[in-house]
Design a protein around this ligand. Structure first.
Ligand SMILES: [Zn+2]
Length: 458
């Protein structure tokens, strides 16, 4: 297949073209996705959260749907758009006035590159959508995850399952998995239900709960690639030291004699979460697993409290100091406070930054961020791609945007005289794949035997 989405921009010099070619040729290690299992896509097994419909509208689920809403699409119309009940024509009519408003955002551009790269369609229009609808179904065939990732020149993905605390994947050679510690620390009713569904246990004491945590780490720690927490969606990242005795008392307070869960007050809940989170950090460190933390803007719409998000960088300093042997990966560059994350990665040996998701939140800010990061922080401390999708298809378009941004950032640094062209070949390999291979040296990676990198000897 022709390369439909080669990196190009107005006024490219020959040096720019050389850099763009190297970026095109270099595979990404994709360090963050939420992909469901391919078999669920093939079966079209509906699920309100991860597979609300099985047609071209599904590609909007993350994240273009959010731009549609904030551009003015009524929430009730979005629910209809993402439901299985409507015809393609009805779905197109619902969103077409809003598509025009969002077409230049990173979220929508990722879809447009996807439509072009996978389906050969340059845009979503009244004329093209029936073909896009048809090609959606033609694409969903056995092996399509591998095929799309190969087309996007991606070696493999890290997956943070939204369905299980640890997903035992059908495709371990392609999809490394994170242990999701959110459900082990948050103490919501849903977390108790999830643990019970997966383990058959409904802990009534802190020790019983810690036993469950230990079970997840001893069972899945050896094959997991990392642990992941998106607890920043529900609270600040200020985890204080709490004694086990206090945490035990709080744990008992939330369970009555009949084993029913009662909500703790906010301070008590925070203290219990603080204890459990720090316990999980200890387990991650014991198993040599990096800890990936969501930082920065929240997905969704109408819920973010920016005052809390703004403090993410300051709040994690305590963790970085208290857990010097734990490797922290601060995700999404903490956008829109990315400058503070450059300072963290520069100062703390145990802090690395992941640009996952960020390229489509604000592609131009990411070009600026990458330039500044590379001038301030050792180049082994950054991972430059993760699509952050539940659906595999838009990873393709997101990777196009990330490659364009990486090529631009590096080209600009060369043009401005900050780095030399001969240094860039190795730098590109390092930030797109080499860093991930050397940082995430878990059993799954080793068994795949893909640890040799160009940057290994630099
Ligand atoms: Zn994510």
């Amino acid at each position: 297949m022709e390369n439909r989405t080669a990196i190009a921009w107005e006024g490219m010099t020959r040096v720019d073209q050389q850099i763009a070619q190297w970026v095109e040729e270099t595979p990404f290690v994709d360090t963050h996705e939420h992909l469901i299992e391919e078999s669920q896509r093939l079966a079209g097994a509906f699920d309100a959260r991860t597979l609300p419909c099985n047609d071209w509208a599904y590609l909007f689920r993350s994240y273009a749907a959010e731009d549609l809403i904030v551009s003015g699409l009524p929430a009730a119309d979005l629910r209809k758009f993402l439901s299985p009940g409507l015809s393609g024509q009805e779905k197109y009519q619902l969103i077409s006035p809003y598509w025009d408003r969002i077409r230049n955002t990173g979220y929508a551009q990722a879809l447009r590159y996807t439509f072009y790269g996978l389906y050969g369609e340059r845009d979503l229009t009244a004329e093209s959508f029936p073909r896009i609808a048809e090609k959606y179904y033609e694409t969903v065939q056995p092996g399509f995850y591998q095929r799309i990732l190969k087309l996007a020149n991606i070696e493999g993905c890290h997956v943070n399952s939204l369905q299980r605390i640890f997903m035992v994947t059908e495709q371990p050679a392609l999809l490394d998995q994170d242990i999701s510690i959110l459900q082990l620390c948050r103490c919501s009713a849903a977390d108790f239900n999830r643990v019970e569904a997966e383990t058959g246990k409904r802990p009534e004491t802190l020790d019983e709960w810690l036993h469950v945590v230990d079970f997840y780490f001893s069972t899945f720690g050896p094959t997991a690639v990392a642990v992941k927490s998106q607890i920043a969606y529900s609270r600040a990242l200020d985890f204080s030291f709490v004694t086990k005795a206090q945490a035990s008392r709080l744990f008992l307070h939330q369970i009555d004699r009949a084993g029913h869960l009662h909500a703790l007050g906010p301070d008590d809940l925070k203290a219990l979460q603080d204890f459990l989170f720090r316990y999980c950090l200890g387990k991650a460190t014991e198993f040599g697993l990096p800890v990936k933390l969501h930082t920065g803007v929240l997905a969704g719409h109408g819920v973010m409290q920016l005052s809390r998000t703004r403090n993410n960088a300051a709040d994690v300093c305590r963790l970085l100091r208290d857990f010097p042997d734990t490797r922290f990966v601060l995700m999404h560059i903490g956008y829109p406070y990315e400058h503070e994350f450059i300072a963290l990665a520069k100062h703390y040996p145990n802090a690395a930054i992941d640009m996952c998701w960020a390229w489509i939140i604000n592609p131009v800010a990411c070009v600026r961020f990458l330039k500044e990061f590379l001038m301030a922080v050792p180049s082994n401390k950054i991972f430059t791609f993760g699509g952050d999708y539940v659906t595999v298809e838009p990873i393709y378009g997101h990777a196009v945007i990330a490659r364009r941004g990486i090529a631009q950032a590096i080209s600009q640094l060369v043009a401005e005289g900050w780095i030399s062209l001969e240094d860039t070949r190795y730098l590109i390999d390092r930030i797109m794949r080499g860093n991930a291979h050397s940082y995430y040296q878990n059993a799954a990676h080793k068994s795949r035997g893909s640890c040799q990198t160009l940057s290994a000897d630099r």
